[in-house]
Write a protein that binds this ligand. Structure first.
Ligand code: SAH
Ligand code: DHB
Ligand code: MG
Length: 227
């Protein structure tokens, strides 16, 4: 996976140009990345422009309930939670307790913790606890955890959705390695299987946006649950 800063100079310059104009980092977002770095978290958060993209998805869908799989330090959580109404909620799932602790502090500092339901554990153990006959479906789902489990995450996302729910999946291109049909990389295999599931699913319409930028070459899949 291409780490942050590994893209071409031109990609980085363009990312910086638009981010400065359209997604400037305020002190809270800046402090979040500082705290992540101080705690030794990997710098694999979404970029500022991608965070803004997620925030616009929240606004476009009028989302009140969001599910995020993969919290890390809560950087993407902050971008999305900021667009929630005061009574809205983002459920975010994180396997690593050390990551979750950093995220908790970041979300508290951001003044958003009242809108965040941070759950610690393996997503595949936590997701079944979100399903019940009385559960309100999610309006937006952001999948951004271990890529090998994406097929299962997509199934759960659909199960916890309603017609109109938007599902976004991060890192589906991974520097182009996704086209290697015979790849033994479990993450590539997981993403390819998920893409095939999206294509075959009668209730989903999906596409992929390839992205370049400060974080290299990657992409985001976007799906909507059909009526
Ligand atoms: N969405 C974040 C980045 C998430 S990085 C942002 O953009 O700011 C991926 C996170 O998923 C890591 O913190 C990792 O610990 C977590 N993760 C990995 N496997 C997981 C699993 N099985 N269940 C839940 N979280 C998992
Ligand atoms: C990785 C994971 C991510 O969610 C990301 O945005 C970038 C890289 C990784 O596991 O390498
Ligand atoms: Mg990601």
């Amino acid at each position: 996976m291409a780490p942050r800063g590994s893209g071409s100079k031109k990609w980085t310059a363009v990312d910086n140009y638009f981010a400065t104009l359209l997604a400037p980092e305020d002190t809270v977002l800046h402090a979040t990345l500082e705290a992540n770095s101080a705690a030794g978290l990997p710098a694999i958060d979404v970029s500022p422009l991608q965070g803004k993209f997620l925030q616009i998805l929240v606004q476009m869908t009028h989302a009140r309930r969001i599910l995020e799989i993969g919290t890390l330090g809560g950087y993407s959580t902050i971008w999305m939670a900021r667009a929630l109404p005061p009574d809205g909620c983002i459920v975010t799932l994180e396997y690593n307790p050390a990551h979750a602790e950093v995220a908790r502090a970041n979300l508290l500092r951001a003044g958003l913790f009242d809108r965040v339901d941070l759950r610690i554990g393996r997503a595949l153990d936590l997701l079944p606890t979100l399903a019940g006959p009385d559960t309100t479906p999610f309006d937006l789902v952001f999948i951004d955890a271990d890529k090998r489990s994406n097929p299962e995450y997509l199934e759960w996302a659909v199960r916890l959705s309603r017609p109109g729910t938007v599902i976004a999946v991060d890192n589906v291109v991974r520097n182009g390695s996704i086209v290697q049909e015979k790849s033994k990389d479990q993450d590539v295999i997981g993403i390819r299987r998920m893409a095939e599931q999206m294509a075959a699913h009668p209730c989903l319409s999906a596409t992929v946006l390839q992205t370049v930028g400060d974080k290299g070459y990657d992409g985001i899949a976007l799906a909507v649950v059909l009526p």
